[in-house]
Design a protein around this ligand. Structure first.
Ligand code: G6P
Length: 610
């Protein structure tokens, strides 16, 4: 979603740094972009709707863009359509304050009325413009105390980067429920909503906590708590590789990230299996008595992370016999869920910042549940607010459509399920050993499957111009169908749906006609015959069927038009293998259709608003 970058330096022009940082944030999804910088002791704004190239062309037409302090923003519209005027930064009427904002100001309408009465003139439809005017009308001659006063009036979520005309060379930033970091560089200091924006300049960062503010000058970063008291914070060192955040020779981040899966899966699994065969969940420990008290496990997540949860329900229930409810975070938060202190809640999120998931976490926490999160972004809000965190060591995921995060999340769900089942004596040590050995073998099996890429690319050219797709499967095959269908639709814009194969007869089969594309997932050995019957039914109505089956199963190929084969593994781990050819299918179909694969229209990598 929206992205923030800011820089104040010594003798270094800020605008190129801002534009470069915004490029690194492009993957989050945006519809407009802008920068604010100092020119002749005044704040100058350049902003426009559209891609960053539009902003760059506009900046080339301007003189005096060599100032050494500035803030920049990529906007993903929430209040007001994407337009030049609604783009950030927003500036107060006399030009005293300029502001960039991520998040949503929930009481903006009330504040707007109040500010209008005070004579403020609003130019945009955004909630953010309220902040610029609020700063100007609150100005008391001191930058920090003015920001503190204005921020105390804001309800909702915000990460703000602010310039003040009276304080050239300074940036003030503040956050609440929206991520913001500070980078400490050699030529100056940075603010950013995301580490990737500043990684080429510095690896030394401060993570701001809710309510904290900071004053940046080229040489110094001063951090304040909510009450305006100066505080000492520890500088953290980012260990991410810059190359890991770049394409490394691949045409798209998505295919690079698909190909990285064997490696990141091994990184996530191996260190958690001790040499004596026991599972080490990063120090998370439950006694048998604690686990016996758990009456229900809730898995809460959005998007693909939710689909990991659907697999999780089947697997955890099968291994532990504890009932599992899987809920979309956006539904859970408003349905007064029956969570209590005997519930265990698993939160799954790549970014750790998804607004609905964070709200669901907070809802569950107030009801006394123990919260375990599976998160990729270290230090993210979800990680910090959970009782226990299991990090997926997938590295930065740039493509909006998730692949390696999904796979690593799944591997942690498996480990967790095996750990709990063993603690509860539902499975013995011998079974644990067998399962862990299969789990350890997944990266190599995925490497084998990735060799199907050329074959899948050829197939994809055949299906690229179809208008509809249906993915069917039963049990864990159905759980994968959900993800396979989302992958295809979000990047190729082909209408696609996933159905539990047994549900076809209850309506969807009426949509099947000559040439309708159906993907039949047939890897759940126990139920293959049933799904094959469903394939027969759609074939009889003219469907063009691509099947996915386990090597050696010839029955499927007899019914489908084409069949892709994957290696065998233990039933519960099949989703990890099945999803890979489905990711490749979505990717190559989108490529054949010439889609903007890494930045699909209207989507954002990190959905930090409701
Ligand atoms: C967005 C992304 C999805 C992701 C979902 C949840 O919609 O495009 O790929 O699954 O958010 O994000 P999270 O960061 O919480 O996993």
């Amino acid at each position: 979603m929206c992205g923030i970058i800011g820089f104040t330096g010594d003798n270094v022009p800020a605008v190129p740094i801002l534009v470069d940082g915004l490029k690194k944030l492009e993957y989050r999804g945006y519809d407009s972009a802008g920068v604010a910088y100092f020119k002749d002791n005044k704040i100058e704004i350049t902003k426009s709707k559209g891609r960053l190239t539009v902003l760059e062309d506009l900046l080339k037409t301007k003189k005096g863009t060599d100032g050494t302090v500035g803030i920049g923003h990529t906007r993903w519209a929430t209040h007001g359509e994407p337009s030049d005027i609604n783009s950030h930064p927003h500036i107060s009427n006399s030009g005293l304050f300029a502001v960039v904002h991520n998040g949503i100001i929930e009481n903006y309408a009330t504040l707007k009325e109040e500010l209008k009465e005070k004579g403020c003139n609003f130019l945009s439809d955004t909630d953010t413009e309220v902040i610029a005017h609020l700063l100007e009308t609150s100005y008391d001659g001191d930058f920090i105390s003015t920001v503190k006063k204005a921020a105390s009036r804001l309800e909702g979520s915000y990460a703000l980067g602010i310039l003040c005309k009276e304080n050239p060379g300074q940036i003030v930033c503040v956050r609440r429920s929206s991520p913001l970091i500070i980078g400490v560089g050699t030529d100056g200091n940075y603010i950013a909503s995301d580490i990737t924006a500043i990684l080429t300049h510095t690896r030394k960062i401060y993570q701001l906590d809710d309510g904290e503010m900071a004053l940046l000058t080229p040489k110094k970063v001063t951090i304040f708590d909510e009450d305006g008291k100066e505080i000492a914070k520890k500088v953290e060192k980012v260990t991410w590789d810059v190359a890991a955040a770049e394409k490394g020779g691949y045409e798209h981040f998505m295919i690079k990230e698909i190909m990285e899966q064997p490696h990141v899966l091994a990184e996530t699994i191996s260190p958690r299996i001790a040499s004596d065969g026991s599972i080490n969940l990063d120090g998370i420990d439950f006694t048998k008595e604690q686990l016996k008290k758990v009456n229900r496990i809730y898995i809460l997540a959005c998007g693909s992370a939710y689909h990991v949860g659907v697999v999780g329900k089947y697997v955890i229930e099968k291994l532990t016999s504890i009932p599992v409810e899987i809920d979309l975070a956006s539904e859970f938060r408003y349905r007064n869920p029956l969570v209590d202190s005997n519930s265990m809640v698993i939160i799954i999120s790549q970014s750790g910042e998804t607004a609905d998931t964070l709200a669901a976490l907070r809802e569950a926490k107030t009801k006394g549940a123990r919260i375990i999160s599976i998160v990729n972004t270290v230090g993210s809000s979800i990680a910090r607010e959970s009782d226990d965190v299991l990090y997926t060591w997938a590295g930065p995921e740039i493509s909006v459509a998730t692949t390696k995060a999904y796979s690593t999340q799944l591997s942690l769900v498996y480990l967790f399920a095996i750990y709990v089942a063993n603690k509860l004596n539902k499975i013995g040590d011998a079974e644990v050993k067998k399962l862990l050995s299969e789990l350890n073998a997944l990266p190599d099996k995925i490497s084998e499957i990735l060799k199907l890429a050329p074959q899948i690319e050829t197939l994809a050219n055949r299906y690229a111009y179809l208008e509809h797709a249906y993915f069917i499967g039963r049990n864990l095959d159905y759980a994968v169908a959900l993800e396979a269908s989302l992958k295809l639709k979000e990047i190729s814009y082909i209408h696609s749906e996933a159905y539990a194969a047994g549900e076809l007869k209850h309506g969807t089969i009426s949509l099947i006609e000559k040439g309708t594309f159906v993907v039949g997932l047939c890897c759940c050995e126990r139920l293959v015959d049933k799904t094959v019957s469903n394939i027969r039914e759609v074939k009889a109505r003219g469907a063009e069927v691509l099947a996915l089956a386990v090597e050696g199963n010839d029955a499927v190929a007899k019914e489908a038009d084409r069949t892709l084969y994957i290696p065998s593994t233990h039933e519960i781990f099949m989703p990890s293998l099945e999803v890979v050819p489905m990711q490749l299918l979505g990717y190559y179909i989108a490529k054949a259709r010439n889609c903007d694969i890494d930045k699909p229209r209207n989507l954002a990598k990190s959905v930090t608003v409701e």
